[in-house]
Design a protein around this ligand. Structure first.
Ligand SMILES: *Cc1c(COP(=O)(O)O)cnc(C)c1O
Length: 355
């Protein structure tokens, strides 16, 4: 697919659009092909791409909610999603409650007459919590709310939430779909044509669209998604085996572990457990920071889902904005985005850093 690096399109007379394109905020051929690819991967009818995952989140929430409406989100939601609700949308009268979405009783108890959205990540960031999408879809339907699944961690290769009853799938295409840490983007996928029209109207009105080159990068990344995900999973499983039982590791979070509370649900709704691993280090926050400072193959950095392995300290980095809230993460927690390098090298790097 060529990169249509253009803002505007020649028209055949007033109102005579050539191939339907007029202006690249509204639509661009490279972006359209990328959107069609992501819709196909998720098994959905419609996809709209955005300038970032947060831009997609913003458009989804502002389309689904009006002042006075209420959102239920997971108590281990992505820090940026929580910040948008807590620090921005709250001022515009959109209310939220953070709950443990793996607990249907707690989730039902949080439902209000004004609840319009249940927003869930599974696996979640950074604690790899698992939510039963089919069960949550039933709760949302009972509540008359829409279920949005942030499928960034799983990717459509490992899990397709629309088939399990979700109304909308959100992606930060910055992560696995782009796959090479060289683009920031987002996407919303849905089968609901009316909802998609609402998203498209707000996207065109507010304008947070991806450029043609960024669209092309996501399209190119998606071509190798299946191969990369298999390798991310293979490597993550090797690393989990090395960390579990290590004397300096107090807890490993990975849905592939039989001891993980969401193991059976993950096995049911995911093809494999994914490439993200979190763990707690003996000795508290400083010990965790020291490990993150000592790895050589795992680059210290935010983001995830690229071919290169990354390590980060959620409490001080990606999830700093959750400090003091219900969503606060343990201070001795480290998160790995396991890349596609040699598994033996990655394991050796972590073992050396743990000392
Ligand atoms: C990164 C991320 C987002 C936000 O996406 P951006 O592209 O950074 O705006 C949302 N959800 C999850 C799970 C993420 O990891």
């Amino acid at each position: 697919m060529p990169i249509y690096q253009t803002s505007t399109f020649a028209q055949d007379g007033v109102g005579g659009l050539r191939e339907g394109y007029e202006y690249s905020r509204t639509a661009n051929p490279t972006r359209t092909v990328m959107e069609e690819a992501l819709a196909a991967l998720e098994g959905g009818r419609h996809c709209l791409a955005f300038a970032s995952g947060m831009a997609a989140t913003d458009v989804a929430l502002r389309t689904l909610c009006r002042p006075g409406d209420h959102v239920i989100l997971g108590n281990d939601a992505y820090g940026g999603t929580f910040r948008l609700l807590d620090k921005v949308l709250a001022h515009w009268g959109v209310e939220h409650t953070a709950v443990d979405l793996s607990d249907p009783v707690a989730t039902r108890a949080a439902v209000r007459p004004t609840t319009k959205v249940i927003w869930s990540e599974t696996p979640s960031n950074p604690l790899l919590g698992i939510v039963d999408i089919t069960a949550l879809a039933a709760v949302a339907a009972e509540a008359g709310a829409r279920l949005v699944i942030d499928n960034t961690f799983a990717t459509p290769y490992l899990q397709t939430p629309l088939a399990l009853g979700a109304d909308v799938v959100l992606h930060s295409t910055t992560k696995y779909l782009g796959g090479h840490s060289d683009v920031v983007g987002g996407a919303l996928i849905t089968d609901d044509t009316e909802l998609n029209e609402g998203f498209a109207f707000l996207r065109n009105s507010a304008g947070a669209v991806p450029g043609p080159f960024d669209s092309w990068l996501v399209l190119r990344g998606a071509k190798t998604l299946a191969v990369r995900m298999e390798r991310h999973c293979d490597n993550a499983e090797r690393i989990v085996a090395a960390l579990a039982g290590h004397p300096k590791v107090t807890k490993v979070y990975y849905p592939g572990l039989e001891t993980h509370p969401g193991h059976d649900i993950a096995a049911k709704q995911m093809r494999r457990p994914g490439g993200m691993v979190s763990f707690q280090v003996a000795g508290g926050e400083q010990a965790a920071l020291d490990v993150a400072a000592r790895t050589r193959l795992f680059t210290l950095g935010e983001s995830l889902g690229g071919i290169e392995s990354l390590i980060e300290h959620p409490g001080r980095m990606t999830h700093a904005s959750t400090a003091g809230s219900l969503l606060e993460v343990p201070s001795d927690l480290l998160r790995l985005s396991v890349g596609i390098e040699s598994a033996a090298d990655l394991v050796a790097d972590l073992l050396a850093a743990l000392g």
